[in-house]
Structures are given as structure tokens and as C-alpha cells.
Write a protein that binds this ligand. Structure first.
Ligand code: SAH
Length: 557
């Protein structure tokens, strides 16, 4: 037997020349024979040189195609077996290996085989819909020619339960019309009827057609042999007619509606990511405590003690446990519509700008809205930060507003931290503090920023150490900029202006904030911005930082 031949198994991508890999083109041009389904051979016709022989066969003749390819390669020819998309995804690659194995082929003794990857329909169709895949996903072929329908139905159900994004290949043909109807019925038991669904026909080919619809209405549209159906997961949403699946499940809601990614030090805290494996008290904990105890050499007795309580570890149990944790509800195995998706709603509350006193009614309301699953945390900004798992943040804000709380978003926002104006006795500055809060409080900024606002020259609430310090004194305002509020080289701000007239102060602060918001780099704190640009709204920077050399400490060290 000669082994000079070569067997290429080529995935040529969705069907246009821009999305075929260079290696695939090289292989086609290097081949003496190209073997494939006739529609596909036609698609790549222009890449084939004249000397190449083409063997095109019908759709159902896959086995004979693979056998012919192996025969020709063993006879010393270079042969390319072609599949659309990727040859390893419902393509020819597995079949070619099966034929080779039947003949006792091994890599060492048989013809060289090279499998050349291509862009599969899940990727090409996904790209045309926006970013629907993004997260954990799966492909399921609805063709029951080679796979029993019961097994396909089980896979659809399992994928639905586990909240995978699902790409359905071979959804319907002339004769196979019921499978997609049945698949939709199964999916609707676990996913909302509004779940976004994309239908892409002939991606990157002449008759490309894209439809964005939802799970309930998907069958009202044309679905055929050349369509891939992409079903979103419970977090997939539509934006500007694009289907987008976010990267994770955390934090859908914040007060100012902009998404706030978890900061690195917030990750894997139980309240932030309650579903993480290390936080779970169920399956994994029991399993690891078994391992630890076994290490302590008390194997038999301990394992016997634990075994009766340990839950049955199966992938199904784990999927159900995960579902329970993200929804907060016990999932039902049937008739469960996955709709009310709970996410962690975060906000900060305080009794008011100057008022530091909570009423009993406010405390009771706090306890009620936070419930057993939420958290309340007191912070250095005179605010209590709430983190509450909920699918209805509006109901929470309505209750908190109802008892007179001042609500603020958290994250990289502007916070006004006023003093108590000597328990309300030195009232002169209060209206200005309230106006600043009204106008700028909660504004999204490149980095968190606190304005300290003190009502007399004592400045006992330490306004001068905040990013911006405002002190009301003798009917006018003193302004401090450039403080470094945190760190071991923390220092007060420099006094940049004295005696600002009351009718000017809100405008001065607004302009400083506008300039900083527009021009600062992301994450650049105000003092750093001031130091870099040397002048803010005419106030000139002076280097007043203490001259000591201390390595900056990462948070938490
Ligand atoms: N090997 C191919 C899949 C072959 S199965 C791949 O990796 O993409 C055939 C199914 O693939 C079709 O029924 C359709 O669901 C999907 N498909 C293949 N090419 C497609 C294209 N250009 N546009 C949309 N769907 C496509």
C-alpha cells in the first residue's frame, strides 16, 4: 500500500470566500480530487483549479463519499472531502475516521489525514444576529435520521433546563416538519415565550435571510433546511434589532441604569455572586468535606457517617441546584416557565443630605425590603448600601421613597457627604447642599467622587479631605480641590478659592464636575486629573502632596 496520498477533511465555512480559511483554500488547491455534496462543490467551484477532479454526490451518499475518499487517498492521491461550516460539526470528519478505522488505519501506518477547521453555522449565524452565543451554549441537530427522536427531545429538554443558548441545526426539511414544533413545545415549558430567537437562512450566501423573533412566534416564519435557529438563554435581550446575551448573570439593575461590572475585589463574595461554587452549601461542600475527612485517615467511619445525608450527585441535580440559586425558587421539572429572573439590586440610602437621623418607620421599611436574602452595609459615606435579590426593583424604590429616604446609585458616581449642620442649627448652607445633591448627586463619573460639604469653619466632618471640599463660612464658600482621600499618602485638598458668593457656588461646582466627567480618563480620580491637567476651571494645581515614598497598596492588603 502506498501512503503518498493525503486526506484533507475541509470545513469551508458558511459559503462565501471571505469566510473560508487560508489553509482550507490551500488544501483545495493542493488536491487531485475534491469530494462532496454537489451543492457544496458548486459553492467552492471557483476555488478549484482545472486539473482537479470533482466527485459530487447526493446528500444521503455520505458513506460512499467517505469510502471513495479513503480509496483514492490510499491509491496515492491527494483528496479533499468537503463539508460546509466545520467538518467536525454534523460533517464528514467523523465518518472519514470511521471508514479508516474499519480498515485498521493508524496515524503511523495509514494515509496522512488533516482535518481543517471551518466556521460553523452557530458562529456565522450568531455573528449576523449580534452576539447571541456569548455564554454557555450548545448545538442540537433536530434531524432524526441517524439519532432517535427520544434522545433528541431529551437533549432539548436538558439544554432548556440548564439555560444554555441553543443553536438548532437541521431544524426542518420537506418531510421532517414536526420536530421543530415539538422542540418549541419543550422549550416553552422552561423558557419565557418572549425569549429572543434568531432565524438565519443561508448565512453569508446569496439568499441570506435574517429574522429576529421570539420563542412563542418563531414558527410563524419560514424555517427550512438551510436555516439555523438560535434560542437565547434567560438573560438574552434585544437591542436595536440585535440579539445579545450578556457575559454573566449578575447585576441587571442599578439606579442609574448603567451597567456596573463587579470590581475584582467584589467577585466571589457570597452576596455578589451567591451562585459561585465556593458559596454553595449543597453538593460541592458535602463532596469536599468528604475528601478532607478521608485525608484525615478516618476513612471508613466518616464516609459511613456522611453517606446517608449526601445528596445524589448527578448533573441533573446540579443543574437544578444552580437554577434554584439564580431564580431563588424551587424549579419544577415540568410546566416551569423561566421568567422571573432575580438579580441583585444595589443602591444606597440615607435619611437626607443634612439629616442624619433615621426614623423607626424607616428602619422597619429597610428591614422589610431587604428581607432575609438581602444585605445592609453601613459605609463611610453616611449611607447604608443595600443589596437585594429581586425581579422588581421599582417596588423597592417606591417603598423606600415612601418613607422619605434619599436614594443614590452606587459605584463610580458622585456622592454628596454633608455634615449635620450642628444638628440643624447652622442652616445657612443647607439649601446649597441640597441643590448640589439635586443637580449632581448620583451622576456617573470616570471614578467615584465625594463632595464634602461642611456648614461652618470648624469643618468637623472633614470636608477638606474629600475629592472636593466646600465650607460655608460667614455667608460665603471656601473651596478645596486636589485632596487624596484614601491611601497611606492621603492628604487634604489645597484651598483654591475663598469667599465664593452663594449664588455662584452651585455653578462653580457644576462646571468642575462637567469638566472632570468629560476629560478625565476612566478610573482617574479627581486629584490625579487635577495633577495631570494642572488647572481646573481656572484653579491652578499646587503640589502639596507629602514627599514620602510609599508603595501604593492594593485594596484589601
Ligand atoms: N457542518 C455544518 C453543519 C451541517 S448540518 C456546520 O458546521 O455549520 C446542516 C445544517 O447546518 C443546516 O440545516 C443549517 O441548520 C446549518 N447551516 C449550515 N450552513 C448554514 C448557513 N450558511 N446558514 C444557516 N445555516 C446553516
Amino acid at each position: 500500500m502506498t501512503t503518498q496520498g493525503k486526506l484533507y477533511v475541509v470545513g469551508f465555512g458558511p459559503g462565501d470566500f471571505k469566510h473560508i480559511t487560508t489553509r482550507a483554500v490551500e488544501a483545495l488547491q493542493d488536491s487531485d480530487f475534491i469530494i462532496g455534496y454537489k451543492t457544496y462543490v458548486e459553492l467552492i467551484q471557483d476555488l478549484i483549479t482545472n486539473e482537479t477532479s470533482v466527485i459530487s454526490t447526493g446528500m444521503t451518499e455520505e458513506v460512499s463519499r467517505a469510502q471513495e475518499a479513503v480509496r483514492q487517498a490510499e491509491a496515492g492521491k491527494k483528496v479533499a472531502v468537503i463539508s460546509s461550516g466545520d467538518a467536525g460539526v454534523y460533517g464528514m470528519a467523523g465518518l472519514v475516521y470511521e471508514v479508516l478505522i474499519e480498515k485498521g488505519w493508524t496515524e503511523a501506518n495509514g494515509v496522512p489525514v488533516e482535518i481543517i477547521p471551518g466556521i460553523s453555522a452557530i458562529n456565522s449565524c450568531g455573528s449576523l444576529l449580534g452576539a447571541p452565543i456569548m455564554h454557555d451554549s450548545c448545538t442540537i441537530s433536530l434531524s432524526d435520521h441517524l439519532t432517535p427522536w427520544d434522545l433528541i427531545a431529551k437533549r432539548v429538554e436538558a439544554a432548556a433546563i440548564a439555560d444554555f443558548v441553543i443553536a438548532l441545526y437541521n431544524p426542518r426539511s420537506g418531510r421532517r416538519t414536526r420536530q421543530i414544533v415539538e422542540a418549541q413545545r419543550i422549550l416553552l415549558q422552561y423558557r419565557s415565550p418572549e425569549t429572543p430567537v434568531g432565524l438565519v437562512k443561508s448565512a453569508y450566501r446569496d439568499r441570506q435571510h435574517i429574522i429576529i423573533t421570539n420563542l412563542e412566534e418563531m414558527l410563524d416564519h419560514d424555517i427550512g433546511m438551510l436555516t439555523t435557529v438560535i434560542i437565547g438563554n434567560s438573560a438574552t435581550f434585544l437591542y436595536d434589532n440585535k440579539m445579545i446575551t450578556p457575559r454573566g448573570y449578575q447585576r441587571k439593575y442599578t439606579l442609574n441604569s448603567e451597567k456596573q461590572a463587579l470590581k475584582p475585589h467584589q467577585r466571589l463574595r457570597e452576596e455578589a455572586e451567591p451562585w459561585a461554587m465556593d458559596q454553595m452549601t449543597g453538593v460541592q461542600r458535602v463532596q469536599s468535606s468528604v475528601n478532607e475527612k478521608i485525608e484525615k485517615d478516618e476513612k471508613h467511619q466518616i464516609v459511613e457517617n456522611i453517606r446517608p445525608q449526601s445528596p445524589k450527585v448527578s448533573s441533573y441535580n446540579m443543574a437544578m441546584e444552580a437554577l434554584k440559586r439564580v431564580t431563588g425558587k424551587q424549579p419544577k421539572t415540568t410546566n416551569y416557565v423561566y421568567q422571573d429572573f432575580e438579580e441583585i439590586f444595589e443602591l444606597a440610602v440615607s435619611p437626607g443630605v443634612a439629616n442624619k437621623k433615621f426614623t423607626p418607620e424607616q428602619m422597619l421599611t429597610l428591614a422589610m425590603v431587604v428581607g432575609e436574602k438581602g444585605t445592609m452595609e453601613y459605609t463611610p459615606n453616611h449611607q447604608i448600601v443595600l443589596k437585594i435579590p429581586t425581579s422588581n426593583p421599582d417596588a423597592i424604590t417606591a417603598k423606600l421613597n415612601g418613607v422619605g429616604f434619599l436614594l443614590s446609585p452606587i459605584g463610580d458616581v458622585l456622592t454628596l457627604k454633608a455634615c449635620d449642620f450642628c444638628d440643624g442649627e447652622k442652616t445657612g448652607g443647607i439649601p446649597y447642599a441640597e441643590e448640589i445633591q439635586e443637580k449632581l448627586g448620583g451622576l456617573q463619573l470616570p471614578k467615584e467622587l465625594t463632595i464634602g460639604f461642611n456648614g461652618c469653619g470648624m469643618a468637623c466632618y472633614k470636608a477638606v479631605t474629600e475629592d472636593i471640599g466646600i465650607i460655608y463660612r460667614k455667608g460665603k464658600f471656601d473651596l478645596f480641590l486636589g485632596a487624596k482621600p484614601v491611601g497611606r499618602t492621603a492628604h487634604a485638598g489645597q484651598p483654591v478659592a475663598e469667599g465664593i458668593e452663594p449664588d455662584k457656588i452651585v455653578d462653580v461646582i457644576t462646571k468642575i464636575i462637567q469638566e472632570y466627567k468629560q476629560n478625565a480618563h476612566p478610573n482617574e480620580r479627581l486629584f490625579k486629573y487635577f495633577k495631570r491637567v494642572k488647572q481646573i476651571q481656572g484653579y491652578v494645581y499646587k503640589d502639596i502632596a507629602p514627599k514620602i515614598n510609599i508603595e501604593p497598596a492594593p485594596c484589601g492588603d
